[in-house]
Design a binder for this molecule. Structure first.
Ligand code: FAD
Length: 421
């Protein structure tokens, strides 16, 4: 069990223990309506706690990644927690209906605390239905997500003021207040107007823009302070000109802070117009993030597999390799054909400078997909290697399964997802 999972377990045990300790007599389970009522109370406490934890995870505090691991992996758990919170908070009023009747599900004149609870569940449902069942454009989806901390606060006020086991118990009142405070800090840090003063951002300027086929390479120079990062990491970039004000994540392609480079594949609305960003444009950068690097998983034997634009983190990783061959690295670069092999010449040049680095292009149009068996055949000592894979999600999933079948441990395989949703 990882730290993130262990924390979730602990966070569930704390409110359950407090709830149990305030009345350990088991009388709350002595009849069917009481069992449902207890279920309603327990699910509220669990849903509330996990909701708060999710706000903290999404706040992207710099320390969160150090504690819980790579941001893009954490977001997968974040989504699962989000769905669990929704289910738990839907069960909460349904459980209480057995004691208080169906009228509980309707707004009641004068009972503002209960009405707040109903509003919170309805708003949460609306936001999560939009997230899960309606494929909104990313930026609209992100804008709707910003309101989740507000929904949390509405729910927390309901929890503290509605007559319940929480308001009747000092321990639970203190617990709910502390958890609410922590979540509010997370919400203010990431989603409030104050966020622009609280979140550390580096100021850079665009120094070059070069388009090669469907990939645009942009280099940036710092205005003052440069961002220190580890090769293989990524950051969030915001170009400060009209039409480009969205924040997007990209891997950093050079191992030095200045100039800072990124290579962007034309995929959608934003990335297909990125080549038109003028030189001199100010850029705000938040980061660095990520753990996709031999700095974090540093067995001497390294196997790197890139699919298409998934080459970007390996560009800085390859550049940063020590020249004296401390690492023996095979870099498989999987693309349709030679024309699509962006930066292959540059990598071949690095191959001559870095002892131990071997660049192996795989052209799928003529050679078919790369398989784990082929990697094992071509590369020696793979059982002692750290394997890094970055490419289309089906490729990463399939290679991981193939390596697992060949006996390579799950923990030796590191993937970088180019998606946060
Ligand atoms: C850790 C990480 C590193 C990345 N590194 C690179 C890189 O080096 N080079 C590269 O070309 N691409 C990289 N990407 C992918 C890149 O961020 C997306 O392709 C780009 O944001 C898509 O924007 P769009 O509006 O053009 O495409 P759309 O068609 O609007 O979106 C395509 C998909 O990209 C994701 N996406 C869209 N907007 C955002 C956003 N603002 N923030 C986060 N995700 C978004 C969503 O999953 C969406 O479904 C990286 C992504 C991540 C998460």
């Amino acid at each position: 069990m990882g730290r993130l999972q262990a924390t979730i377990v602990v966070l569930c045990v704390i409110p359950l223990t407090l709830w149990f300790v305030i009345d350990p007599s088991l009388a709350r389970f002595s009849s069917t309506p009481l069992i449902f009522n207890s279920l309603g109370q327990i699910t509220a406490l669990l849903g509330f706690t996990l909701f708060a934890f999710n706000i903290v995870l999404a706040a992207r505090f710099p320390w969160v990644e150090k504690v819980f691991g790579p941001l893009n992996k954490m977001y997968v758990t974040h989504h699962l927690i989000g769905v669990s919170v929704w289910i738990l908070l839907l069960i909460h009023p349904l459980g209480l209906v057995s004691t208080y009747g169906l009228g509980l599900l309707l707004p009641t004149y004068g009972n503002w605390a209960r009405n707040l609870g109903l509003s919170a569940v309805l708003l949460l449902s609306a936001l999560l239905i939009l997230t899960l069942f309606v494929k909104l454009p990313y930026e609209i989806w992100k804008a709707t997500h910003k309101y989740l901390p507000v929904v949390f606060v509405i729910g927390a006020v309901h929890g503290l003021f509605v007559p319940s086991d929480v308001s009747a118990s000092v321990a639970l009142t203190v617990y709910v207040s502390i958890v609410s405070f922590i979540a509010v800090v997370g919400g203010v840090y990431r989603s409030s107007p104050l966020s622009r003063f609280l979140v550390k951002k580096y100021k850079y300027k665009v120094s070059t823009v070069t388009q090669t086929g469907s990939v645009t390479e942009i280099t940036l120079v710092p205005e003052k302070e440069h961002m220190v990062f580890i090769p293989g990491q990524f950051a969030f970039f915001k170009f400060q000109i009209p039409g480009f004000t969205e924040t997007h994540p990209f891997s950093i392609v050079y191992s030095n802070s200045s100039p800072l480079g990124m290579c962007i594949k034309s995929e959608g609305d934003y990335t297909s117009k990125i080549h038109s960003v003028p030189v001199g444009t100010p850029v705000l950068i938040e980061g660095p993030f990520g753990r996709f690097s031999y700095y974090f998983h540093n067995r001497a034997r390294q196997i790197w597999i890139a699919g298409g634009i998934g080459i970007t983190p390996f560009l800085s990783l390859a550049q940063s390799l020590p020249a004296n061959g401390v690492y023996t690295t095979d870099l498989y670069y999987v693309v349709k054909n030679k024309e699509e092999a962006f930066k292959l010449e540059y990598l071949k040049q690095l191959e001559t400078q870095k002892k131990g680095l071997t660049v192996i292009p795989i052209f799928t149009n003529s050679e078919g997909h790369l398989t784990a068996e082929q990697v094992v055949e071509k590369s020696k000592n793979i059982s002692r290697a750290d394997i890094f894979v970055c490419g289309p999600p089906p490729m990463m999933k399939s290679l991981r399964a193939q390596f697992n079948r060949l006996g390579i441990r799950h923990g030796h395989i590191h993937t970088e997802e180019f998606s946060l949703n």
